[in-house]
Design a protein around this ligand. Sequence first.
Ligand code: SF4
Ligand code: SF4
Length: 379
Amino acid sequence: MLYREFGKTKEKVSILGYGCMRLPCVSNNNKSVDEKEAIKQIRYAIDNGVNYIDTAYIYNEGISECVVGKALKDGYRQKIYLADKLPSWLIKSREDMDKCLNEQLEKLSTNYIDFYLLHALNKEYFENLKKNNVFDFLESAVSSGKIKYIGFSFHDELDIFKEIVDYYPWSFCQIQYNYLDKDYQAGEEGLKYASQKGLGIVIMEPLRGGSIATNIPKHIKDIWEEYSGGKKSPVYWALKFLWNYPQIHVVLSGMNNMDHIKENINIANKTKANSLNKEELNLIEKVKKEYESKIKIRCTGCNYCMPCDHNVDIPNVFKTYNDAYMFEDISGMKDKYNKFLEGKASNCIKCGKCEKSCPQHIQIRRELEKAIDLFENNK
Ligand code: SF4
Ligand code: SF4
């Protein structure tokens, strides 16, 4: 395993982190974690050098923290850094924060958390936490030894990311990043911005929720295979791309399969920063362009059209629509759309307000109709 110095904290973290959000389950129910298997997998990763274990209050509907606590018994807690997160959207008062942290420590069977994050910050959640004195809470928790370092994970636009980075002397942050998301949310610019300020950087969604790792469309597979003769997997390239940045310290993988764990560890054992040559970087760029050539709606996700008074989540409707074509996965994205997307296209009353603010001059109403056809008609 290779290790990197985690920004201003100077702690030596493994470049591969274990994301405990998708622990193996015995049924479709997210809470039905196969404890024995999960503990075996987590301990295998630790035995092979992974020292960054990441969980959150909400993972596996609260079960993840309990299972991680059990996996870290028998001396494993002392071998690793433990990361956990405050569920920003559930917090209504300062007391909620103390209550939540105490509950987390109990579930994890530990008396301290190394890296404590405000989970999934966006503008709204951050305002709410500030109003409820979150920094007083965090600093008291550091003073009492319950947490060591303060950070945040993030899902919003780049300018909000910079505002949050500048607001407080954070030790670290966690952002979504992969070769398709160079300009999405914090993106490459945000990554470099936070790094310049000395923050440790953790990456989530390295494989875009698995979309760039499995069920790869043939035209993409052909490009990878032409280069390496099928010897190097899409996962290899996706991880190499990330670890090539010296600014990135930990890449979190939500692992629940022993073969994947072994493959990830194997790649992490060898991948140094700045190790991709020009030809390899061009190859990744070529794959990115090939994926992007399948995009149907040229929406950049800038959010200028939002909010819609009728609760249409325009950028996310378009993103899911584009992903369906990019990954040739209409049924998977239809499922995702119907299960998880709150602001559906069919909420649109065609007022046209959004179109006046779109810098890409997208005919939003017309494109929303197409999304309705693909995802909502004949459900
Ligand atoms: S046209 Fe539809 S999506 Fe656009 S602002 Fe009006 S209701 Fe919202
Ligand atoms: S303003 Fe246009 S480009 Fe920006 S998110 Fe809305 S639809 Fe997409």
